[in-house]
Design a protein around this ligand. Structure first.
Ligand SMILES: Cc1cc2nc3c(=O)[nH]c(=O)nc-3n(C[C@H](O)[C@H](O)[C@H](O)COP(=O)(O)OP(=O)(O)OC[C@H]3O[C@@H](n4cnc5c(N)ncnc54)[C@H](O)[C@@H]3O)c2cc1C
Length: 446
């Protein structure tokens, strides 16, 4: 989904601030550069000169798939990004032709789907996006700059307070500071009350190790092994820049993979098919095993606030952080940036280039609709897990039954497999899995 219209005049004498230089903040910077005279991205970390992981995004050592929905948006703001990335080492993997994918008890069909996932480390992707953002003449990235608070009055946020005591004024502030965003505390302190919150416990543990691709490897480029509920273990092997495999093992509901070599291999061997273990047992590991724990899906409903100050929007993981096994996070943030772009175009047309009031509510309403579909897509299985302590929504068992049938169909029916891939990559809405032609096959499946 790309929604943009940026040929109107920019907001006069204007400055926008983005808090956080993750993938969401960087994509938002390019979107905002079309609307504001100056854009400043403030980042707490010292940003590395090289493509590497950094403190502020500890998850970046783990597998990060960029779905096509997010890749399309990034290419819109950074034309030619995909060929650039591929020339520097990213690997395009067709979801069906190049991927050996065991899902919910069966192997999926192998065929040319035309839907590629772009595989690289997150540090590499961010480094390339930073280079692109720095080419924009009206955007500046300030690293080592921690935002500690906001300046507000008369129902509008008009600037940020930095840790060094300085204040930076702006007409629009975008909070893209990730899952641990302090915005709920800030809004409470400013008298706006609590931000409504939905959480769903999953207690997912990640263990990741890079390997050198064995010279004699053939047959597939990526290997995905996803369990049938209530089994709780999965494995992902993706090719990344530098002729490496990034291997991530994942366990749900406390069944976490360990960080010792033998335990890691044993966990791989315990997956429903032996392929992951066979692939890595003789391969050369390049680094130690790293762990990460993700306790719960969380969604902050800024659209449901009774009052929200103008001049402020919250985007990406700061608004909605979803179980990473569904690989939606970076795309969700990038698409959020494109929704903000469209809302700014609308605002300039309707209210003129001097008026920012009204944008906050309009954006959060539109963004919430999109987040509803992300949440539904990724939490359907999570709600189905037996030990999830969060309250199930009433339709969850039926939805789980239906999705189980869809997954079975993807083993043998190319049309359904294609549709499933397109929905997963955010190229179609989840509801398209309920189209009559698909539903009939799911209901008649024996
Ligand atoms: C283990 C794991 C695997 C994942 N795999 C995938 C995947 O395969 N595909 C996918 O799309 N997503 C994946 N995700 C999700 C993905 O990591 C996030 O959705 C994505 O990084 C969110 O981007 P963001 O820019 O919104 O936030 P972040 O990447 O968290 O960036 C926030 C930035 O804000 C900075 N910051 C924070 N506070 C301040 C402050 N006060 N002042 C200034 N700067 C500040 C931080 O340093 C950081 O740079 C995974 C997540 C995990 C945990």
């Amino acid at each position: 989904m790309i929604v943009t219209e940026s040929h109107l005049d920019r907001f006069g004498g204007s400055h926008a601030i983005i808090v956080g230089a993750g993938t969401t903040g960087l994509t938002a910077a390019a979107a905002l550069a079309r609307h504001f005279e100056r854009v400043t991205v403030l980042e707490r970390d010292a940003l590395p000169e090289q493509p590497e992981a950094r403190r502020g995004v500890p998850q970046s050592r783990h597998v990060h798939v960029l779905l096509r929905g997010g890749e399309n948006v990034m290419n819109h703001y950074f034309p030619g990004l995909t060929p650039d990335l591929v020339a520097r080492g990213s690997v395009g993997v067709d979801m069906a032709a190049d991927t050996r994918w065991h899902h919910s008890g069966g192997w999926k069909q192998r065929f040319e789907s035309g839907v590629t996932m772009l595989c690289q480390t997150k540090g590499f992707l961010e480094w390339n996006l930073r280079k692109r953002v720095l080419q924009l003449p009206n955007v500046r990235i300030r690293d080592g700059a921690t935002v500690q608070g906001y300046v507000s009055g008369d129902g509008i946020v008009a600037g940020v307070k930095l840790r060094d005591g300085s204040v930076l004024p702006a007409q629009l502030i975008v909070d893209a500071s990730g899952r641990h965003s302090h915005m709920p505390d800030q809004l409470r302190a400013l008298g706006y009350g609590d931000v409504p919150l939905t959480t769903l416990d999953v207690d997912v543990g990640y263990a990741t190790r890079p390997y050198r691709v064995p010279p004699d490897h053939a047959g597939w480029r990526a290997l995905l092994i996803h369990p049938r509920l209530p089994a709780s273990r999965l494995g992902v092997l993706l090719p990344v820049e530098g002729d490496r495999w990034l291997v991530t093992l994942v366990g749900w509901r406390g069944d976490h993979p360990p960080d010792d070599e033998q335990g890691f291999l044993d966990f791989a061997r315990s997956l429903p098919v032996p392929d992951m273990h066979q692939a890595i047992r003789g391969a050369e590991p390049l680094e130690q095993i790293r762990l990460y724990r993700f306790p719960a899906n969380l969604r902050r409903h800024y659209d449901r606030m009774r009052q929200m100050p103008d001049g402020l929007v919250v985007i990406g993981d700061a608004a909605c952080s979803i179980n990473p096994i569904y690989a939606q996070g970076m795309s969700q943030g990038a698409i959020g940036a494109s929704i903000l772009d469209a809302c700014l175009s609308h605002q300039r047309r309707k209210a003129g280039t001097k008026e920012i009031r009204g944008l906050t509510r309009q954006f959060h309403k539109k963004y919430a609709k999109f987040l509803d579909s992300c949440w539904m897509l990724s939490t359907t299985e999570d709600y189905g897990t037996e030990t999830s302590s969060s309250r199930r929504f009433p339709g969850a068992p039926i939805l789980n039954w239906y999705m189980g049938r869809i997954q079975e169909l993807t083993w043998k029916d190319r049309d359904v497999a294609q549709r499933f891939i397109e929905v997963m990559h955010m190229l179609r809405p989840p509801v398209s899995l309920f189209a009559p032609s698909i539903a009939a096959r799911a209901l008649l499946l024996r």
